[in-house]
Design a protein around this ligand. Structure first.
Ligand code: SF4
Length: 391
């Protein structure tokens, strides 16, 4: 298991408490996106297609702490954009640790070597380096040569410096089980502490729309990978039931509130992957979102999604509701043979609502009215001390 015991116990106790309190919906992981700006432009990314004035926005230290306090989730995944471009990131990490959070700082690792000394190893803090397969797979995935070597070099240095280090692996159509299996062996040999593996989500704004996996291909791919992993000690920092879901053995409905997202727009409705609307507060997000409108079977944009953003929390709910199902998966690992679980029907899903441009226009209008923002011909830029770029 890639999750440390103290984290498993604390998160388990938190989940049980929510159930005992009768809470129907509660967050597990806060997805904190303090900025959208990135130093890569990956073909499968749907996060960086914003005008420069929006890419230049940052959540301040205070806004990040407020988000963590409002939401109350025990785990915080700091995503982006590239979080290491935020000049206050070390302070944000410190602030979250002081609040007792378990932190995964997602990074493409291009700046990791340079920034590492600004952080201290801590049992509740892990770097979460994006590594989408072997050298060739990863460099194609990030649309830039040489990135894999830089990331692996930084991983070695971070491990030598005593940090916990996980990797975050997104797989796309064309991934071959044998290569992914070999990549997993190599990743374990690097001494990493856990792998978060998931199929890519078909972002509507991603430049490459051809290489996303549909659900059947996802399940076939993961069965192939897990078959190769039988008997090996691959460490995943995902629940056994989520892995079983990826292998096609569980029929889960999406639980988007399990990983709520706070970014420069506000609290994002409904999940990290889909920006269908924003609220000012977490309480408003939970109360005003019509959650039944989302998830596979309910919404066209969710049809092929099997991403942890929505389904890891579903796996946790299943573990609480049916502990025997969980124990079986934990002991035997994902089942790789036999019939798959029935698929959710798409017959009644509502059609996609294309709202990206409207949200961008509204944000641009509000930036023009913000006295802290300097507007130039090419766009609006916050004053440097607020902008907080650290590269
Ligand atoms: S299925 Fe769930 S996690 Fe996936 S895009 Fe839809 S709401 Fe988001």
């Amino acid at each position: 298991m890639g999750v440390p015991l103290n984290q498993a116990i604390r998160v388990g106790a938190y989940v049980l408490k929510q159930h005992m309190l009768g809470r129907k919906r509660y967050p597990l992981v806060l997805m904190l996106e303090p900025l959208f700006r990135c130093n890569l432009a990956c073909n499968g990314c749907g996060k960086i297609d914003y005008p420069a004035p929006i890419l230049n926005q940052r959540l301040s230290y205070e806004e990040c702490m407020e988000a963590a306090d409002e939401c109350g989730a025990p785990v915080v995944a700091i995503a982006g954009g590239e979080p290491l471009l935020h000049k206050d990131m070390p302070r944000i990490v410190e602030g979250l640790l002081k609040r007792g959070k378990f932190i995964y700082l997602c990074t493409n690792a291009l700046l990791l070597d340079k920034k590492m000394e600004q952080y201290k190893p801590h049992k509740n803090f892990a770097w979460d380096v994006h590594l989408d397969g072997d050298k060739e797979m990863h460099d194609v995935s990030v649309s830039q040569g040489g990135v894999f070597d830089i990331a692996v070099d930084a991983i070695r240095k971070a491990k030598d410096a005593g940090f916990r280090l996980c990797i975050n692996t997104t797989l796309f159509d064309g991934a071959q089980p044998e290569r992914v299996g070999k990549f997993m062996d190599d990743a374990m040999a690097l001494g990493i502490d856990g792998v978060m593996i998931s199929p890519g989500y078909a972002y509507e704004r991603a430049p490459d729309q051809e290489h996303f996996l549909n659900r059947q291909k996802t399940k076939d791919l993961f069965r192939g990978i897990f078959r190769l992993g039988k008997g090996k000690k691959w460490k995943f920092n995902q629940s056994a039931l989520f892995l079983d879901f990826l292998a096609g053995n569980q029929k889960f409905a999406c639980t988007p509130w399990g990983k709520p997202t706070r970014n420069v727009f506000g609290w994002q409705r409904p999940c990290y992957l889909l920006g269908e609307g924003y609220t000012k507060t977490f309480a408003e997000l939970m109360a005003s979102t019509d959650w039944d409108k989302y998830g596979t079977g309910n919404y066209e944009k969710c049809a092929d999604c099997m991403v942890h953003s929505g389904y890891e929390a579903s796996a946790v709910r299943e573990a609480v509701a049916h502990p025997l199902n969980y124990i079986k998966s934990a002991i035997f690992g994902p089942r790789t043979e036999g019939a798959m679980a029935e698929e959710i029907s798409l017959e009644h899903q509502r059609p996609a609502d294309y709202v990206f441009s409207r949200h961008v226009e509204e944000k641009m209008e509000s930036l023009k009215k913000d006295p802290k923002v300097r507007v130039t011909r090419s766009g609006a830029t916050k004053a440097p001390e607020v902008l907080g770029t650290a590269d």
